[in-house]
Design a protein around this ligand. Sequence first.
Ligand code: DC
Length: 222
Amino acid sequence: MGYNIAIDGPSGAGKSTLSRAIAKEIGFIYVDTGALYRAVGFFAYQSKINADNKDAIAGMLSNIEIDLKFLHDEQRVFLNGKDVSDNIRMHIVSDFASKVGAVTQVRDFLLDMQRRLAEKYDVVMDGRDIGTVVLPHAQLKIYLTASAHDRAQRRYKELLEKGQSVSFDKILADVIERDKRDMSREIAPLKIADDAVVVDTTGKTFEQSLDLLTRLIKEHLK
Ligand code: DC
């Protein structure tokens, strides 16, 4: 049984960069579960399947095989044998990922893989329902959040750095819409687990947030 740290929260709260840095610091494997939903979303996007059509999304799962591999501590996601770790970062795929994440069959399809990893390894696993559904017995649960404006600003900078041209207003609107969808869906909605520690990074730099989280986690690992 691995030591499990669950980190949930809305998009852009810094979950992935912070989780990756912390996992490295404490020698755990970092599992980014958003990448799994993105891989399913990417398949729908590539296959031109309407992401709002839940039956079509559920139906396409029999054509999908997803695998996570950890190369030099870096997670790579494979879709039908092809490494799609970079493709799934396209802005359009975020929307598809959020939509396919609202389909029960998709969540069931990805559940075992996440639990198996957490059983086998010490993990820092980030997502939306890790502390509430995937790993309800995680030794430590953190709910990481920040204001929608701060989160949109970070996402905006990230996309600009990747050379994707987007407008800030569009990103902010997308963040708000995605939050709403992730929090209001019927199955495994994004919510704070009863036993989670809430960490708000609004107005904090990456270093300040990392410091805060590292102290919290090391205190728990003692
Ligand atoms: O963490 P991310 O932004 O890469 O995730 C993309 C989408 O995938 C997110 O909008 C909702 C969905 N997701 C989910 O439903 N459950 C998870 N554990 C992780 C992501």
